[in-house]
Design a protein around this ligand. Structure first.
Ligand code: 3PG
Length: 207
């Protein structure tokens, strides 16, 4: 589903009760998924609130410990994302049979993730790591890896990343700004999601 969406929103939510409206707004804007980060006390309840929805893929983000893997899977997360790579987290995700997308910023980290059996990796922080030229460079020695750039991706540059054959989707928070979430402003999320969808519509289809 993330391949199909091509955009993965990075959500930092304080009110789990807003999660269903948020998911509806994202889906209405053409983005049928969300990575709900474990950066707030409400995160696991927010995942629970939208888990099991048809045609909507909810994942947990900022998963940095094996215990958080367990808690996320228990809440209903169907994939896990991390800012970095940690063997214990990867092993626990594999134990549950849940897809895990760790963050990488160097060739060494990519090699470690490949050694752990992973081939879908988040490049974080994508813009600071070097943006599109860095993604192009990583594709040379790692032709079988598919990347999810995150950190500094926006409506203005998402299509540039998605035009790379090695990029299966982009992620970021630009369609779920903290101001809109604080105001429970689903209309803004829907409008920004629709704009993001339009911005990437012209880019090459996922592979
Ligand atoms: C994150 O984990 O915070 C993401 O990479 C989002 O980054 P952004 O806020 O720059 O989109």
């Amino acid at each position: 589903m993330l391949h199909g969406s091509r955009i993965v929103p990075v959500v930092v939510i304080d009110d789990a009760a807003f999660a269903p409206d948020l998911a509806d707004a994202l889906a209405a804007g053409g983005i049928p998924c969300a990575e709900i980060t474990l950066r707030t006390p409400a995160a696991l309840d927010a995942i629970r609130a939208v888990a099991g929805r048809p045609r909507f893929a909810v994942g947990a983000g900022t998963v940095t410990t094996a215990a958080q893997v367990d808690a996320s899977v228990d809440a209903g997360a169907t994939y896990l994302v991390s800012p970095g790579f940690d063997e214990a987290v990867a092993e626990r995700a594999a134990h549950h049979g849940v897809p895990f997308i760790p963050g990488v910023a160097t060739a060494t980290e990519i090699q470690r993730a490949i050694a752990a059996g992973l081939d879908h990796l988040k490049v974080f922080p994508a813009a600071a790591v070097g943006g599109v030229p860095a993604l192009k460079a990583f594709a040379g020695p790692f032709p079988d890896v598919r990347f999810l750039p995150s950190g500094g991706v926006s409506a203005a540059n998402a299509a540039d990343y998605l035009a790379l054959p090695s990029v299966f989707a982009v992620s970021g928070s630009w369609m779920v700004p903290s101001t809109a979430l604080a105001a429970r402003d689903a209309d803004t999320v829907r409008a920004l999601s629709a704009a993001a969808t339009a911005a990437v519509a012209a880019s090459a289809p996922t592979r």
